[in-house]
Design a binder for this molecule. Sequence first.
Ligand SMILES: [Zn+2]
Ligand SMILES: [Zn+2]
Length: 134
Amino acid sequence: MQIDGGCHCGNITYEAIIGPDHVFLCHCTDCQVISGAPYRSIVRTSEKDFTLKSGTLKTYIKTAESGNLREQNFCPECGSHIYATSVGDENRYFGIRLGTARQRDQLIPITQYYCQSAQSWVQDLNGMKKIDKE
Ligand SMILES: [Zn+2]
Ligand SMILES: [Zn+2]
């Protein structure tokens, strides 16, 4: 399916084509710190299927636990994280941050990675008090 989205301030916009089964969660500690959230939700596409429509991304290279380098791309104005990818490979996969996609309501994750470092409460939110707005 075709998706489009962008950062919070509107500087960065993009379009991408994704497969229906390419949505997942990552509970690794790097995703927790970089996203500022208990886990990160990711929509996978390939470099050729991603088009940056406006803005210039800021890139931060992190070294993963495996030693692999990962390129993290952010809006330089508002800090929204747009996607991560590998460094130097051909035909790279882009892990778009689900929350930046306008179609996020339709992007249902099917797999969770790095469950060993998942927050203990995150698998069951049903017992938590629910309020429609703050
Ligand atoms: Zn922005
Ligand atoms: Zn991760």
